[in-house]
Design a protein around this ligand. Sequence first.
Ligand code: URA
Length: 241
Amino acid sequence: MAVNGAVVRNPDHWIDLARDRITLDGKPITTKRGIYILLYKPKGYLTTYRDPEHRPTVYDLVEDLGAWLAPVGRLDLDTSGLLLMTNDTAFADHVTSPAHLVSKTYQVKAATLLTDEQLERLRRGIELSDGATRPAEVRRLRDGAKHTFVEIVLTEGRNRQVRRMIEAAGSRVSKLVRTAIGPIRIGDLAIGKWRRLTEEEIAALGGRARQPAPATSNTSAARPAARTCSRARNKRIWSKS
Ligand code: URA
């Protein structure tokens, strides 16, 4: 075995899998690395690999990164926003399991104005066909002439949960955008684009695996997102999603 071109015979020799080039009989040895990406899914794309009806899927937006990446949870066809994809099943299980309380943040444009009482029902937990929802953070963002915009933070991820909650509260969802998972926000990522998560972001979501250093993405503006959800960013979310 050679490490960075120098033959090593000592079995106790330490190597850094992230930096050292290891070869055996001149051939590089690679380890399976975790790949973690964040995609800004537009509406109209399915969170699935192949669709019998040939509709666009999230795989049309992500290039081949040399490993099979699975979506971490799902977003409905008509929902846009933050979708994580990875080849690390333990990480995906951690982020999606309701037991780990990883928050998912959504911005909702309701089809009607919502009263304080309706928001309070959403906050307390609301009865759905598969049981009452957990208490949620619900914040009125603003009221338009005919629509209320709210932010909802959930710690569970049931099928079409936000849409069903809003319906149970007596309204409908006109538009739904997932803006964050745990502390990871979409930030300035353009719609339809993706970027790799940083080591810090992977750790913040409870992952431990390491991935190769290059900060690959399909966007020139790829950078970790700021945590604040500014008025300008909200405006961008509602205008583009
Ligand atoms: N809740 C929904 O209703 N739809 C989604 O896509 C995600 C959460």
